[in-house]
Design a protein around this ligand. Sequence first.
Ligand SMILES: CC(=O)SCCNC(=O)CCNC(=O)[C@H](O)C(C)(C)COP(=O)(O)OP(=O)(O)OC[C@H]1O[C@@H](n2cnc3c(N)ncnc32)[C@H](O)[C@@H]1OP(=O)(O)O
Length: 410
Amino acid sequence: MTSGAEVLRAEDWDQWYGLLELAFGGVPAAPEERELYRRLTEPERSLAVWDEAEVVGTAGAFTFRVSVPGGRPAAAAGVTMVGVAPTHRRRSVLTTMMRRQLDDVRARGEALAVLTASEPEIYGRFGYGLASLRLSAEIDTALVRLTVPAGTEEVTLRRAEPRAALGVCEELYGRQVAGRPGMLARAAPGWEELGVLDPPSGREGASPLQCVLAERDGEVVGYTRYRTRPAWASGVPDGSVVVQDLEAPDPAVYAALLRYLCGIDLMRTVKLPNRPVDDAWQYLVSDLRRCEPRLRDELQVRLVEVGAALRQRSYRAPLDVVFEVSDAFCPWNEGRWRLSADAGGAACERTGAGPDLALSVRELGAAYLGGVPLSGLAAAGRVRELRRGALAQASTAFGSDVAPWLPHGF
Ligand SMILES: CC(=O)SCCNC(=O)CCNC(=O)[C@H](O)C(C)(C)COP(=O)(O)OP(=O)(O)OC[C@H]1O[C@@H](n2cnc3c(N)ncnc32)[C@H](O)[C@@H]1OP(=O)(O)O
């Protein structure tokens, strides 16, 4: 007989994390990783389901601030560390934890919950919508040329020990957050260490993490962190560079860092596993086909409180629209909401007026960061236009000039 979802006691953390490892395939995490996640876990926001003395379900939440269109970071629960014992799967343990978790998030006054899913299909039933994608590339550096912009030669590069450079890298990361929806303000101590976590077991044949800083006029203005993986094919160098981070505030710094990565001796391929869909590499290369671009789902967003969530972002164009929202899992969101926005801000209140657009909370979550057009969702039959013109107006207003992106998992 299983318990309900109970708040985790700190002393049960080892068993709780052990169940999570089991649910993910039973390979223990590297000690460094385990210790970091022990420090980052917020027990008071973490849930356990028990069967007698055995943990059979885990779900955590981090207290995050996520960048939303308009540049103001918004409070969000970062849902994480979800697992159910293989012996207890498909008996609603996850559903029990999601129920408790979303109630708790609401009680804390956070209007948003965000997550990345191990499998994309799991969380739609709980009202999450896919809001950002990641673009990956494998650049064949023997065949692809880069055309770099003016100013690239003024950027100098210097190798640094990743941990020694952590402070300056974090500062640069922090300056990028407001400019890109979906990025997380790494406010709590410990989060910066995620960027230099480098257990040997996680390298898959590659080097330890390396860091190169970009400088201009004596000031650090950008950085990359990457690993090199040497390989030989019939005696010919065939290594790859796997890029973890590439942070640059302007085109010249970006180009200088990418050119460096593409020029490392004996490395044939530069792998960019996680970049924004509007990332500049696409517009610098001579041959996109030889870069193997691919898209993958990334951040999912759940509007926990529709009214508060829609009020706390800004809109690209004036808007006055009534949404008819369905939300089976969080019925307090159901009904009609009037959203009106202009350059001065946004108001979103309940209304009795006739609806202009009908959709579920999932579509609002998908469109929330400005990367998924409501018009595209309408073309898939997921948004219904009830007043002519409302769809185009809302779709334009919800969009973001900068694509949403989550640079790292959590
Ligand atoms: C944010 C994160 O941490 S993502 C990590 C998620 N965890 C993992 O992937 C670890 C391995 N998997 C597991 O631990 C479990 O299978 C979980 C957590 C995914 C699901 O837990 P369960 O307790 O089995 O889910 P539960 O019984 O509540 O299922 C609810 C519904 O979701 C469906 N569902 C559950 N898991 C999946 C899945 N992986 N893919 C598709 N549907 C799923 C069920 O079929 C059920 O549907 P129904 O209501 O139509 O019958």
